[in-house]
Design a protein. Structure first.
Length: 137
């Protein structure tokens, strides 16, 4: 039984690290290429006219959130926020799913298994305890 629990914890850690890597790259994009992030906000979230300063602020807040997620801080809040953030991102891209064979739309389908992974992490957040700050959860 202990082996199965350890396997579950290792699997959840792997999911958390994988989700973090994707979210980290999207967060870095806001600092390295704010123009790209601004285009994404305009096209998919209907939020146009973002200045670099606002893009950096959004990036900084997102970085705090995903670092909390990575460390397992306040899991209900951080895991739930990452789930909601990715859900909005996935749903807002609905037009890309309607024409999957137009490049690069097929890549957008990778959002769905990641959404499922984040949902699983949220549901199993109490079991996800390897490499977390447990006393803050």
């Amino acid at each position: 039984m202990k082996t199965k629990i350890l396997d579950l914890k290792r699997g959840l850690l792997a999911l958390r690290l994988g989700v973090f890597i994707v979210m980290f790259m999207w967060t870095l994009d806001k600092f390295i290429n704010p123009g790209h992030a601004q285009k994404v906000f305009s096209k998919f979230y209907m939020i146009g006219g973002l200045e670099n300063g606002m893009t950096y602020l959004i990036g900084a807040l997102q970085m705090l959130l995903i670092l909390g997620f990575l460390l397992g801080v306040k899991k209900r809040w951080t895991y739930g926020s990452v789930l909601l953030m990715h859900l909005v991102s996935t749903v807002s891209s609905y037009m890309m799913y309607l024409d999957p064979w137009k490049s690069p739309n097929l890549l957008f389908f990778a959002a769905w298994p990641m959404l499922a992974a984040i949902y699983c992490l949220y549901l199993l957040r109490e079991d996800d305890s390897l490499m977390t700050i447990n006393n803050w959860s």
